[in-house]
Design a protein around this ligand. Structure first.
Ligand SMILES: [Zn+2]
Ligand SMILES: [Zn+2]
Length: 180
């Protein structure tokens, strides 16, 4: 008996593995989703095919309908959002807040906020090149700090105690908005 139902065509990457695959005029290979011999086949998207099935369910191959419904659910399933790591892979800090403090939602999720921005900071330069009076300076004993120049010496910015530091490198600060 002839198969008088409509079937759904799906693209086939390797036609040697599908018994009834055919070559489309527009290029590429197709096969019926149910795997039967090509008959009345529709080159619809899954959504189009499923919509047609709703109007006349009896006209459509039930295996092809199943395949199209499955494909449609997969398409519309929400994409899993990447999860940030529990602690920073660089410094073990737990302060990982994607989407906050100007961070992107989905990049470097294994880095804490500080390491995220440090990665994007300009290359540290030798302290001898520092011309500004305020820098982010690297001191071997305390790490990266905001420093202000007093004469030839460096102190922690905003700290009254005059303890001098000897940074070896610095990162230029971004220009302040009014200077730009
Ligand atoms: Zn079919
Ligand atoms: Zn970190």
């Amino acid at each position: 008996m002839a198969d008088l139902k409509y079937h759904w065509a799906i693209p086939v990457l390797d036609p040697s593995k599908r018994r009834y695959a055919w070559k489309a005029y527009a290029g590429g290979h197709y096969a019926q989703a149910c795997g039967r011999k090509p008959a009345l086949v529709l080159g619809d998207t899954a959504a189009q095919f499923v919509a047609k099935v709703k109007t006349d369910p009896d006209w459509y191959c039930s295996d092809c309908v199943k395949a199209a419904r499955l494909a449609l659910t997969k398409e519309s399933a929400p994409k899993p959002t990447p999860r940030p790591a529990r602690s920073c892979s660089n410094c073990r800090s737990g302060a990982i807040n994607p989407g906050h403090h100007g961070r992107a939602e989905d990049t470097d999720l294994d880095l804490c906020d500080v390491c995220y921005w440090r990665k994007r900071a300009p290359e540290p330069r030798p302290i001898g090149e520092a011309l500004d009076t305020e820098i982010i300076g690297y001191c071997p004993d305390i790490g990266w700090r905001r420093l202000s120049r007093i004469g030839q010496k460096w102190v922690l910015t905003g700290i009254k105690q005059l303890v001098y530091y000897e940074p070896t490198h610095f990162l230029p600060l971004p220009p302040s908005p009014e200077a730009a």
